[in-house]
Design a protein around this ligand. Sequence first.
Ligand SMILES: [Zn+2]
Length: 217
Amino acid sequence: MQIALTFDAEHPDRPHCPPGVVDQIIAALGKAKVRATFFLQGRWVEAYPHVTQEIGRGAHRIGNHSFYHARLTLLSDEGLIRDIEAAEQVIKTATGEDPKPWFRCPWGDYGNDSRILQMLTDLGYRHVGWHVQADEWEIARTPRQIADALVSGALAAGESAIILLHTWPASVPAALPVIIHRLQDAGGEFVTLDDLRPSAFQGYLPAVGRAEQGRVI
Ligand SMILES: [Zn+2]
């Protein structure tokens, strides 16, 4: 089976996010010789250009995660275009890489609004959701719990799975080698979104962090 690890890199809005987590994630991926896809928020790229370059050097694929990490449903057409293009520009400047066609809406949320999906298409992007996630931003979640949830979820997903992770929760670096090892043992092949079979881009889980769920990530 094919597995695409995807990491959303944005400013954490949770407490207890120690510095250096993203560096440990990059190191763990490098050690395992696994390539992943990183969705980068534009403002985060501006704040951490050296980390952004490190991600590029690791031969990971880079996608666009908007500039302000705003709720896209609240933006006008013009605001949307500006936000997406601003993120694209800083990513290109920092890495020389074009994030197109990969885009992930903040919180995965486009409000089931065809306006946003059409706008993305017009700009050369497609929104990528995920099939498996583990609430790893919850402080009480241990690396073991995160690994168990992601491994069992990926194995249950069938021929391919897109896994959602973030670059800032403290438990991710310890969970990552376990996830990689166990899924490789089960015959999993880690790929970037570029190499994922086309049929994988469907059946996403619902967006997370909707205000009505009282959860903001
Ligand atoms: Zn995000």
